[in-house]
Structure formats: C-alpha cells, structure tokens
Design a binder for this molecule. Sequence first.
Ligand SMILES: Nc1ncnc2c1ncn2[C@@H]1O[C@H](COP(=O)(O)OP(=O)(O)OP(=O)(O)O)[C@@H](O)[C@H]1O
Ligand SMILES: [Mg+2]
Length: 155
Amino acid sequence: MAPLILPDAPATEATGAKLARALVPRQGLVVYLHGDLGAGKTTLVRGWLRALGVTGTIRSPTYTLVEPYEPDGRSLLHLDLYRLSDPAELEQLGLYDTPPDRSTWLVEWPERGAGQLPPPDLSIFLHVAAGGRELRLEAGEAVGRLLAASGDFPA
Ligand SMILES: Nc1ncnc2c1ncn2[C@@H]1O[C@H](COP(=O)(O)OP(=O)(O)OP(=O)(O)O)[C@@H](O)[C@H]1O
Ligand SMILES: [Mg+2]
C-alpha cells in the first residue's frame, strides 16, 4: 500500500475514521500504532473512536495506560504503553476481561508490551514529514481485503 500524506491533524483524524468504518465488520481486531512522540497516534485513535459513536472527551491514556470505550455495545480499548516499565505489568490491567477476539485494541507504543500483546491484525506507522505526517499501513490478509474493499485504501 502506498504511503498516505496527511497535511494536518484533521487529515489524521479523518484517516482514523475511514479505518474504523472500513473495519467495522471485524469482531476482533488488534491494531498497533507506531511512531515517535507527537507523531499523531492519539489523533488517529480519536478519529477512529468518534466514527464509531464515542462522544465526550477522548483523553490519551498516558498515565492510566488503558481507556475502555463501549459505543453501541462494541468494546474498544485504547492503550498507550509508553509508561509501561515492564511488559509483565500488562497482566495487571485486566485487558483480557475484554478478549481481543471480541474487541478492538488500539495500541500506542506496542513495542513496550513486547511478548505480552496479541499479534497485530493491522500496523500503522506515522512519521513527521514536510510539516504534516506520512502514514503507512501493514495489514494481514483479511484486514487488507476489507481496506481495499472500502475504496479509501487502494492496494
Ligand atoms: N497530519 C498532521 N499534521 C500536523 N500535525 C498533526 C498531524 N496529525 C496530528 N498532528 C498534531 O500532532 C500533535 C501530536 O499528536 P498526538 O498527540 O496524536 O501524537 P502521539 O503520536 O499520540 O504522541 P505520543 O507518543 O506522545 O502519545 C498534536 O498537536 C496533533 O494535533
Ligand atoms: Mg498519544
């Protein structure tokens, strides 16, 4: 998939919303969001959650590490593992109360949870580029098909 250029923050949010809509049919979905501090990961997650009907404040789970959402009876977890000191700490977060085969996990800083996270169905890479951001996607086969079918993410 060719990289997308996102000129401003609303473009990042809009891409999150398009991904959410394209992947609505999926029951379970694990998404890794890669990118440096300030690359736009939370901005993309905000667009994703809003598109699924989350209203009210969407704050970065910088200190709580995980923030659960249940729009329309769906289960979504937004994780930010930047401050995780040891992947084993993940066990204490009760993540598996909402197993990944029945919920969507949106994980910032997944490398901090190495060995303790389920593998990704979709990896998103964000880079600062020319005043905006560049986004790249790596999807497994099933997710790749849904993205291609949406028309927003041609292969
Ligand atoms: N495409 C874009 N172009 C320019 N600025 C953007 C773009 N996308 C997001 N931003 C801005 O970048 C800043 C950081 O965004 P955000 O908090 O989403 O980053 P992050 O990757 O979640 O960082 P952290 O690793 O600290 O959690 C925000 O001010 C946001 O509005
Ligand atoms: Mg963030």
